[in-house]
Design a protein around this ligand. Structure first.
Ligand code: AMP
Ligand code: GLY
Length: 423
């Protein structure tokens, strides 16, 4: 009997997951709630944070497995609600999701398990935070404790900016997420995202990815949810991977289990490869966006089988197979993103983008049967190639064939990897 699968979310990550799940020989029926224009053949009209509605949907449609994309429903306890209803779901419980939901919680786990990370402190009142900022000096990093869609982090290169950041965040620039702040040491190096499948006890890393968080070429401009990715980054080595497993991944899972909150789902390690070894910048408790787009393009194994094994605690039986190709994802965003942006821009995507390409939708909708933009990050144009140069060429050649007036996208996705390869 084939399996009925429900994917929750509406971004590029969810389109990529759906695209990959749709290739599974074990799949009988796929739903995406609420989805976007790219997933329209699978869409179900239930909002991603409507937990009761999603439980009801899964019961009414005999869903065998639910896969959660975004962090919000996880932090709201969707996994606990599904478990209570006797439904199978891939993702961490509300308790385990605190690894992303609270930066202070994440730091406590790292401290307890002796996991390498930046020196830090948490504060709930501005004068104490500022004293600490003055003590450690600039550069330093000021972060809202709670969820802020990847935007509640200010990397301050001078003292004034750092002090201002404390005021801004604590004055409510990120709402309740900033009632508590974390101030930490600035780390230097290359950033790598390592997404890992976890089944509560064991874990398997996926292929490493480099994201491009800043809005503009050359890593200028504001922080965004992510403007593009490529995999694998040449800075990554098997030795680094072993070190990350030994010093970060396994101790994190062990500490979570010890606390009675075993981690099942995707544990996403945001790493800085410093001169003194890899250190954790942050944990996320879900697939990354736009990391997932390139990871899915490189995954050869059946995603449905892997996710199922995780929910059974049987990840130990799984070996992941990957394509040796390089994959690149270029995010096409609405003009103005990550600040206020225009919506409703008509878009045309060529029907054929070739074997090695896929255009994953994020903020898109159908309006009178016409494809229009409906969010900040609109498309994730993804392509593979036998090397980084070829993969970049393939991705940007598809970008060139898309009609999306005033689209904003970076022209240098993956360039870091080319420089890295030469040095
Ligand atoms: P986070 O949401 O904590 O990953 O922070 C967002 C981005 O801010 C990261 O991807 C880094 O580029 C940057 N960042 C965060 N923490 C640090 C740090 N301690 N040192 C340098 N950069 C950081
Ligand atoms: N691309 C970073 C994230 O998904 O948080």
């Amino acid at each position: 009997m084939g399996k009925k699968v429900l994917v929750i979310g509406s971004g590029g990550r969810e389109h990529a997951l759906a695209w990959k799940l749709a290739q599974s020989p074990e799949l009988e029926r796929l739903y995406v709630a609420p989805g976007n224009a790219g997933t329209s053949e699978w869409n179900a009209p239930v909002a991603q944070n409507d937990i009761a509605g999603l439980v009801r949907f899964a019961q009414d449609h005999n869903i065998d497995l639910t896969v959660v994309g975004p962090e919000e429903p996880l932090s709201l306890g969707i996994v606990d609600a599904f478990h209570e209803a006797g439904l199978r779901i891939f993702g961490p419980t509300q308790a385990a999701a605190q690894l992303e939901g609270s930066k202070a919680f994440a730091k406590t786990i790292m401290q307890a398990a002796n996991i390498p990370t930046a020196e830090w402190n948490t504060f709930t009142d501005p004068p104490a935070a500022k004293d600490y900022v003055r003590r450690i000096g600039a550069p330093c990093v000021v972060k809202a404790d709670g969820l802020a869609a990847g935007k509640g982090v200010i990397v301050a290169m001078d003292l004034d900016t750092a002090l201002q950041a404390v005021d801004e965040i604590m004055d409510g620039a990120f709402g309740d997420a900033g009632k508590k702040i974390v101030v930490e040491e600035f780390l230097e190096g290359q950033e790598v995202s390592l997404l890992c499948f976890a089944d509560g006890t064991s874990a398997l890393p996926m292929v490493p990815v480099q994201d491009h968080k800043r809005a503009l070429d050359g890593d200028e401009g504001l922080n965004t949810g992510g403007m593009g990715t490529y995999s694998p980054p040449p800075v990554w080595t098997p030795e680094i991977e072993e070190q990350v497993k030994r010093e970060i991944l396994y101790p994190t899972l062990e500490e979570m289990r010890r606390r009675g909150m075993p981690f099942t789902g995707v544990l996403f390690l945001g790493l800085m490869l410093t001169e003194r070894g890899p250190k954790v910048l942050e944990y996320n408790v879900r697939f990354g966006d736009p990391e997932t787009q390139v990871v899915m393009m490189r995954l050869r194994s059946d995603l449905l089988q892997v996710l199922w094994a995780c929910t059974e605690g049987k990840l130990g039986d799984v070996t992941l197979e990957w394509s040796n190709d390089v994959a690149v994802c270029v995010v096409m965003a609405a003009p103005g993103y990550p600040q206020s942006y225009e919506k409703g821009i008509p878009i045309t995507i060529p029907a054929e983008v070739g074997q090695e390409g896929a255009v994953f939708h994020a903020g898109t909708a159908l309006k009178d049967n016409r494809l229009v933009s409906s969010g900040g990050r609109v498309l994730g144009v993804t392509a593979s190639g036998s090397n980084l140069v070829a993969a970049r060429e393939n991705a940007y050649s598809i970008v060139g064939k898309i009609t999306f007036p005033k689209a904003h996208y970076r022209k240098d996705i993956g360039m870091k990897g080319m420089k890295g390869a030469l040095t």
